[in-house]
Design a protein around this ligand. Sequence first.
Ligand code: GCW
Length: 682
Amino acid sequence: AEDGYELWLRYRPIEAARADGYRAFATQLLAGAATPTQAATREELQRGLRGLLGAAPPLAERVTRDGALVVGTPASSPTIAGLRLDTEGLGREGYLIRSVVVDGRKATVVAANDDAGALYGAFHFLRLLQTRQPLDRLDLREVPRLKLRVLNHWDNLDRHVERGYAGESIWDWHKLPDWRDPRYVDYARANASIGINGTVLNNVNSNALILTPMYLEKVKALADVFRPYGIRVYLSARFSAPREIGGLGTADPLDPRVRAWWKAKADEIYRHVPDFGGFLVKANSEGQPGPQDYGRSHADGANMLADAVAPHGGVVMWRAFVYSHETPDDRAKQAYAEFVPLDGRFRPNVMVQVKNGAIDFQPREPFHPLFGAMPKTPLMMEFQITKEYLGFATHLVYLGPLFEETLRADTKAKGEGSTVARVIDGSLHADTLQDPLTGMAGVANIGADRNWSGSHFDQANWYAYGRLAWNPDASSKAIAEDWVRMTFSNDPRFVAPAVGMMVASREAVVDYMTPLGLHHLMGRGHHYGPGPWVDGGPRADWTSVYYHRATREGIGFDRSASGSNAVAQYAPAVAAEFGDIARVPEPFLLWFHHVPWDHRMRSGRTLWHELVHRYTRGVDEVKKMRAAWDGLAPYVDAERHRQVAAFLAIQEKEAQWWRDASLAYWQSLNGRALPPGYAPPP
Ligand code: GCW
């Protein structure tokens, strides 16, 4: 059935007219199987080529025909050793793909320094066929720009995934360690195919049970499945674990008993999982325990854990997503206020993991002010792949443009061109940080649904995340095109419209949910559907009115010098731009300013008219997406076509709901009519 289980690794037969051309590049396969990673690589190539070309090429020890495919490392392959390729600078994970001549025969070589690189190169070679690229004259060289490319699973150990919209968790803890669901292998293959090399198994709102012997057996079983695919396992550590499962009366990071407990715990984990990656920690945020409970800093907490894993080569990913209702100031300012004073105080095996924006995974946020502001601390990007605030699994929203927009944003921390991508890849602060850890985390959208992600198009968000973690300067549009070709069809009549839908979908959701810098106006708690009227309750920053501040006169959060002055957390050139109502980019207008309804926009419309226009434009865009998808029926199997179409119908209905409910609420405050031409539907 076309249920989406195979993701982008479908390997369906290449159309007959072109298949022979490709067969000429896979007449023999030279690939070892001396290690588990080599075996996995060879198996993937055989599976892929069998599917794409009808038969896997015969295995060979030497190149004896034109069209051989040679995969491996100088150590695993005498043929590759003989080619004396320049593999310097490729590291463990980089690779070359080259058209070469071996003993007078034409061949394609996928070469790396290490098995992991060869595995990634093999997936890349398959992708060239899957996307119908020419294979003559190949000269590709790929090295990942970030060292740690990890998924964060918000798994609660009971099959429930916090903010998961794709069914239950794929981690079947109850049946582990003895039953290893074959799906774990497919999960590892999919991740390896896009270069993901780490996975944090459990929720950042962590349950200390994961650190008990019973669970460590299960963690070990998963790590054993993932290891051949170059994927390391990490765990979210609950800061109060020494009290909860360690029998200590305290979790104070400076208490020697606490330090000894974590050291022993780390040693125990490494006995189960010798290549354990390390810990992810959410501390002193949203009620989670942390070092501040003992008057200690984030650095004290992170460094204690870092010291425990350092002898084993482990790392600590310490989250900067901190906010607490005790802080009366603008919530957007808290992370910067707590972390910038700690710059330079973290151990080298600590990374501070920063969400893309300062609030919380909104459809659009300006880049987080911490990027560029901690030149002595490695900062890791945290994106949310699961669409908590973007319509869950039913709304088609391709997140590639969102990720790309953040990565390309210019922090101007060291003048023009100081992009967020250059902060996280370490190049911007090379003078203050030598060979730092680098990385990106993505909050996974994966669950036990047959299609993994809750919808077919949400698979693209997992895919794009991986590709951008490998190369943060990649084009989200080009990635969408690869994904469409691999997942659906190479027919140009399908590719261009499908990519067009995806690329337009992000701006559409911004328009129909939170245009012009509005944010956090979703229903309380579940975050689904409009709730700009949400007020009252336990804390101010769980209301919508806190964020939009709309009155009869105007709307928006004044974060300029006359307001919370959050703009001052950016580099001066950026602060000057964001803080000036005349210069702020309009997509961030109401993020940074409280603006009268009659404010004149660049379009010539008043702010009120512009808002109405944008909400309406968002709905219209979804209508266009629906129409485009209807026209694509001839190129897609009925099963997937039908589900996408049904979800788009939901999205259109709900885009209209967002628009109508939001506008009606704003009208209840400003008493204004809808401009002519924007009347509500009968
Ligand atoms: O996005 C918010 C979510 C919480 C989440 C928190 C966080 C894991 O609403 O569900 O908790 O952020 O990132 O820690």
